[in-house]
Design a protein around this ligand. Structure first.
Ligand SMILES: [Cu+2]
Length: 182
């Protein structure tokens, strides 16, 4: 869904931009007095500013609430997977987690920046975070359904970047095999 929305918004904005360009091109050869045009444009400025400010406040009010950041309650989840990216492979402290319970991925890198991305079987991106050298990023995600998930690199990191993929197995809630907090 977010991809479709982003796609639609992009298409609409590009269409508006293209229409603006076409209008500028079609009216470029006609001449007009400068003063009235400048006056009209400046009179619009405060209105546009407040419109934009209102728009920003509304958008922030709707989007900030939905940030997936932890509110600091409950501490680290029981399932912790340490992830290290390096050219050109992912190293996982374990490759099996349980569904229905939050998993904390502690993501870092041995060399350059990588992008840690988790995909489902239909190759839809579920969650992602940067893998940075000398820094550990936390990504918390709860898998709703068991199955085989794929981890891929989302940031071009050199010649064999495209081979940076590995599997993550999500088992059902009953099969508490590995993945205990450590
Ligand atoms: Cu890469």
């Amino acid at each position: 869904m977010p991809q479709q929305t982003a796609w639609l918004v992009t298409v609409i904005l590009v269409a508006i931009l293209a229409a603006t360009f076409l209008r500028v091109v079609s009216t470029a050869s006609s001449s007009a007095a400068y003063e009235p045009i400048a006056k009209r444009a400046t009179s619009w400025r405060p209105r546009l500013f407040w419109l934009l400010a209102l728009f920003t406040v509304i958008v922030l009010a709707f989007t900030l609430r939905r940030l997936p950041y932890s509110r600091g309650d409950g501490g680290a989840p029981a399932q912790v997977v340490r992830i290290t990216g390096s050219q050109w492979a992912w190293q996982l402290s374990h490759d099996t987690v349980q569904s229905g319970q939050p998993v904390e991925f502690q993501v870092t890198s041995n060399d350059v920046n990588h992008g840690f991305g988790i995909y489902d079987a239909r190759m839809r991106l579920l969650a992602q975070v940067q893998a940075m050298p000398k820094y550990t990023n936390l990504l918390r995600y709860t898998f709703a359904t068991p199955g085989r998930y794929t981890i891929r690199c989302l940031e071009y990191c050199g010649l064999v970047h495209h081979e940076m993929r590995t599997d993550l197995i999500v088992s059902g809630p009953a099969a508490a095999v590995s993945g205990g907090g450590q």
